[in-house]
Write a protein that binds this ligand. Structure first.
Ligand SMILES: Nc1ncnc2c1ncn2[C@@H]1O[C@H](COP(=O)(O)OP(=O)(O)OP(=O)(O)O)[C@@H](O)[C@H]1O
Length: 573
């Protein structure tokens, strides 16, 4: 029988009220019937949003309780709260006229679930960062996430991390057979580990060199899920519209799938990092560098560092080259929002994977995309900038609900390049302040924004040599100071610089044996309030400081997939 033609109907009781229950195609609904047999209010649940069907009267919240009765079944489903962005577990207990009817309901609902939700995960690999955010990762997983996975019949293998990069290395090296996805319980740093692991693993298996800046990367099949438990959870917020562990868990269970663009950052012919959120130079780099020196302050360090760096009022020379995206498709100032089911993103799939058909491998089709995606005329802009940033998504967060670029798309194969030229402190404050309001931050004479496919940043020729000289001198001074500090208190240096967010990146440096250069650069870059004017800032790449100034960035359309669906339309004004 065709599932769409399945129709099951019967009388049921919820409490002491009589209802008509109906399973028809994609929906299960129940309508109250009053004493005169008139139909009252109907509640309708899409089968794809059913979490589980259990025999008896079952409760899982606070404590699991099962009352095994012959006539009852309990339905668990996604319930939308408030404006709908926050999801919780809905639960309704149905009492049937006979055991036969009850069994028919449970069987038909489970069959419908399999048919309408074929891409739900069955087995997940979960990484918990016990030190992320308020250090509640383990508690969040065991009290809020694990019971829902169990209810939905999802098994999970849990790894509580003991060091930075453990999750990334695990994904790169271990056998992942049987896993339908990887989940992080932590913040953006943990997400980044999973991102690097999943992309790296996929390229290894496809025999693609990540270091070649011109290569087409293989899109990744393994989905990534994010349970927010960090102090910065921007990726979660920008793809769900809310930071809530239960909402994220429910999106994972129902197998939502949101493709995401990823920006690769290269230094010459070496991959430096991947980014999904922001690669920012100048102000954003300085704030991160400064905040790393004040980790002891906790999340407050970002406000403090932002204020200090703002007071320094620095601007930096730079040569920015970019490859524009097709402006007929969309633009960063078209006032649209990338919402769930976004037309621009779904139409981009054909452009990004023009020869895709499910019978052939994605990679073989991507090779032809390689050339066309890097075709076009590069535009060059030289000047002094307060900041230059590139963002693959709106990068909205609770503090800036509209984000760095409100009209950016999650999966259209482009990023928005924002350049803020040198201006007076009040002008720059206006630009920053507009990120927290609905006012257009691009409607300022010193701000430029472009939708792009690739960007290159370098120092203007004269500056580069001058900088190199000054850099060497300053670095030597810093090394000496650092060494003295280390001798005084080795713990201090370790805690201040190695622990936490920049760990992944710094570990990478260490692996490459450039401890000296790390000290040089870090010491030099992290003193925004030093009296001497500097001409070079650092890059902030999704919360990590990059070890290079002259970088090239390229957007890889729909490279990874998240267990998410974007921000739902009905909830947006
Ligand atoms: N067991 C661990 N010990 C130390 N660091 C870890 C551990 N597990 C993960 N990490 C690293 O901690 C960093 C920060 O973690 P995460 O993003 O989960 O939390 P966060 O509170 O949002 O971080 P931050 O406030 O520093 O941005 C990540 O880059 C990750 O590599």
């Amino acid at each position: 029988m065709e599932i769409d033609s399945v129709r099951v109907e019967s009388s049921v009781w919820i409490g002491n009220k009589r209802y008509k229950a109906l399973l028809s195609g994609w929906y299960f609904s129940w309508t109250e019937i009053d004493k005169r047999n008139r139909e009252r209010k109907t509640i309708s649940v899409p089968v794809s949003e059913v979490i589980g069907v259990k025999e008896g009267r079952v409760e899982i919240q606070t404590q699991k309780k099962v009352e095994d009765t012959d006539l009852d079944f309990t339905l668990f489903y996604v319930k939308r709260n408030g404006h709908g962005l926050s999801w919780s577990l809905g639960r309704t207990q149905f009492c049937c006229p006979s055991r036969g009817v009850r069994d028919q309901w449970t069987t038909q609902l489970r069959t419908a679930l399999k048919t309408h939700s074929p891409s739900r995960p069955h087995r997940l690999l979960v990484f918990i960062n016990p030190f992320g955010g308020k250090k509640r990762g383990k508690q969040i997983f065991h009290s809020l996430v694990a019971p829902l996975f169990e209810l939905a019949g999802i098994s999970s293998h849990v790894v509580v991390t003991e060091r930075a990069n453990q999750a990334r290395d695990y994904i790169l090296k271990k056998d992942l057979t049987g896993f339908n996805g990887v989940i992080c319980v932590g913040g953006d740093g943990m997400f980044s580990e999973l991102l690097h692991g999943v992309i790296g693993r996929t390229q290894q298996e496809a025999g693609v060199s990540e270091h070649d800046p011109t290569v087409m990367l293989q899109p990744c099949d393994l989905h990534i899920g994010v349970i927010p438990a960090g102090s910065t959870d921007c990726v979660c917020f920008a793809t769900m519209g809310i930071n809530d562990p239960v909402t994220s868990t429910l999106h994972i269970i129902i197998g939502d799938s949101q493709p995401l663009d990823v920006c690769s950052v290269h230094y010459q012919n070496t991959l430096v990092r991947y980014s999904v959120s922001m690669v920012g130079y100048g102000f954003y780099g300085d704030v991160l560098a400064e905040s790393e020196r004040h980790r002891w302050m906790g999340p407050l360090r970002y406000d403090y560092s932002g204020f200090m760096v703002y007071l320094c009022n620095r601007s930096y020379p730079g040569l920015v080259q970019y490859l524009p995206a097709d402006s007929h498709i969309s633009s960063p100032r078209d006032k649209t929002r990338c919402l769930s089911g976004c037309r621009v993103c779904s139409e981009s799939k054909e452009r990004l994977f023009p020869h895709f058909d499910s019978s052939s491998s994605l990679y073989s089709t991507n090779v032809s995309q390689c050339n066309s995606e890097l075709e076009g005329e590069w535009v060059t802009i030289e000047g002094r900038f307060k900041c230059v940033s590139l963002t693959c998504m709106s990068s909205s967060c609770p503090r800036s609900p509209e984000g760095l670029s409100p009209s950016a798309h999650l999966a259209d194969g482009t990023a928005d390049l924002i350049m803020v030229r040198e201006t007076n402190p009040l002008g720059f404050l206006t630009f920053l302040h507009r990120h927290t309001t609905k006012q257009d931050q691009f409607d300022l004479p010193f701000v430029e924004v472009h939708r792009v496919k690739a960007v290159r940043f370098s120092l203007p020729p004269g500056e580069a040599e001058e900088e190199e000289e000054e850099y060497e001198k300053q670095a030597d001074r810093e090394i000496q100071t650092s060494a003295e500090r280390e001798l005084e208190d080795p713990e201090k240096l370790f805690c201040g610089n190695i622990a936490g967010q920049s760990q992944q990146h710094l570990a990478g440096w260490k692996e490459r044996g450039s401890e000296t250069s790390r000290l040089k650069r870090q010491g030099f870059a992290c003193v925004p309030c030093c009296t001497k004017p500097r001409s070079v800032s650092v890059w902030n790449c999704d919360g990590e400081i990059l070890p290079h100034t002259e970088i090239s960035c390229r957007v890889h359309g729909q490279l990874v997939r998240l267990f998410a669906r974007g921000i739902e339309t009905s909830t947006m004004q």
